[in-house]
Design a protein around this ligand. Sequence first.
Ligand code: KG4
Ligand code: ZN
Length: 337
Amino acid sequence: MNNGLIHWPDPLLAIETSCDETSAAVLVDGDIRANIISSQAELHKTWGGVVPEVAARMHVESILPCVEMALKESRILKSNVSAIAVTNRPGLIGALSVGVTFARAFASAAHCPLIGIHHLEGHIWSILGAGAPQIPFISLIVSGGHTELVLVKGIGDYEILGETIDDAAGEAYDKSARLLGFGYPGGSALADAAANGDDKAYALPTGRTTRKYDFSYSGLKTAAMRLIEKDAHLNISHAAASIQSAINRPLVEKSIAACEEFGIRQLTLGGGVSANEHLRTSLKSACERYGIQFLAPPRALCTDNAAMIGIAASLRLAKGDSSPISSLEPISSESIA
Ligand code: KG4
Ligand code: ZN
């Protein structure tokens, strides 16, 4: 995968525990040797969403087995790890604490550098699994907790052009999926149901925002709720397709408009919702129409995983960045810019 942008040559261990996936990855010279993901989604399904205390407890149980599996799969000895990276912000504080505590202990025992990574920086740079965009580029990050249009001016140099003012795109998928009777998280189930549906069957609103590159999905949730309650003979596939289009439409339109206004010719995608096929194809064809190069991450790097944290960490370490082992802390909320 090494595409010239990543220069950290030695085995790097990366950890991600910001929400409900415990993940450990090993990267050598920019190549992903292992990317182990233990998802708690089945467990949280019972409650219809992530229960923070349960997530933290499950991370405690899974972190060591995940790390050991990643090292074994990549045939790297613990003693050969040359740096450790961990998501330390933003996320569920108890969940983040597990990863950060583990990484600090590992770094101090192994006497190796430690680096705390912003979760969204991982989603942005997961794109290196698909190719190397030329800086500057615009990254659309769409996940369960975030919807952000970011102008990437350099490694660590980001400007937020727009963001959601209420629900994130992934949250809009999950809430709509729940209304339609799919489990948690319902984004991919809704997308499957939408595959054979007519997206013009039901008219749904696009959220209005004061700032032109912001997003709003709370109105869509209310409209979807009304639609589902009102229509006893609702066609689930048509409803799913209409909701999917209503979520994706502003993402495509605003990403293209931002590229045009800022004179940027490359658009990249990141975050769990980037697994959505309709979004990927809609962005690709819109970009083709406007002569913009479009890059989407490989499927394995869309939803939360430690490899993307490792990729971002490799870039940071190569720049000379690192975090103090004695004081790296988890931070529940922090903007990337
Ligand atoms: O990035 P991610 O794994 O976690 C956060 O950082 O939040 O994103 C998870 C989100 C969930 O809301 C999930 O429903 C959504 O990504 N998602 C999808 C698809 N696959 C995952 N949404 C729409 N279509 C998909 N195929
Ligand atoms: Zn994420």
